[in-house]
Design a protein around this ligand. Structure first.
Ligand code: SF4
Length: 228
């Protein structure tokens, strides 16, 4: 379990999680007005494929690959019309290309067979697609405007811990803690804010607390991390 800043927040008199979450979101929105998904896509299918490709690689890398990929593969049928080896070559640069090819083709097949070729909007349906785990399903649902959970990636996990919003390490438990205090209307937005703040300011090894808008009165680990 990560060092708990939940208690530290209380000790420093910063207020409860529920009291702090509103101002945290407000300040991060002002600080990162451009926070949003960095993947490029033009349709629900492209969104799903992009998110599936983004596992274990950067969004920049995925965009580089999908710029060409999406010219060639436009509909679910297109991913099934080629040999798997051809798709593997086309997504090779994103890494784990064999597994990703299998997942994408399996998902496209299921979309055609069970969802009229469309990407479903609910978490349980998305989770039925081969190779689609909770994080991918949450990202897709949120971008489609139907957030039913909160995406927890490495940045969200680190910042949630540092901000004393959770004392857990396990993404599912962190998500549950966040769901308890974050208003549902912010479920899609919060991960983007934490991810961008995590990349720009609350960096893993060396958080720039001196430049952080949350340091003075909202963050119980200001000037205490790294290492957590
Ligand atoms: S004050 Fe420091 S530890 Fe807290 S969120 Fe800001 S950068 Fe991260």
């Amino acid at each position: 379990m990560a060092r708990s800043y939940v208690r530290e927040a209380r000790r420093r008199g910063l207020g409860s999680r529920r009291e702090r979450i509103g101002p945290i979101v407000e300040r991060l929105v002002a600080e990162h007005p451009d926070a949003g998904i960095a993947l490029r896509f033009r349709s629900d299918i492209e969104l799903l494929v992009s998110v599936m490709l983004s596992a274990q690689t950067t969004d920049v890398n995925v965009n580089r690959v999908t710029d060409r990929l999406f010219e060639k593969y436009r509909r679910p049928e297109d991913y099934l019309a080629v040999e798997p080896e051809e798709l593997e070559r086309d997504i090779y640069a994103t890494g784990f290309f064999r597994q990703k090819t299998k997942s994408i083709r399996g998902s496209m097949r299921m979309l055609l067979e069970e969802f009229d070729g469309r990407v479903p909007h609910t978490l349980p349906e998305l989770l039925r697609l081969p190779g689609v785990a909770r994080k991918t399903a949450n990202v897709v649902a949120a971008e489609l405007g139907h957030a039913q959970g909160i995406v927890v990636d490495t940045h969200v996990r680190r910042l949630s811990q540092r901000l004393g919003l959770t004392r857990h390490d396990d993404p599912v438990k962190i998500e549950r803690d966040l769901q308890r205090v974050v208003p549902r209307t912010d479920w899609a937005l919060l991960p983007h804010l934490l991810i961008w703040h995590g990349r720009r300011v609350c960096i893993a090894r060396s958080p720039r607390c001196e430049d952080c808008v949350l340091a003075a009165d909202l963050c119980p680990s200001a000037q205490v991390v790294p290492g957590g």
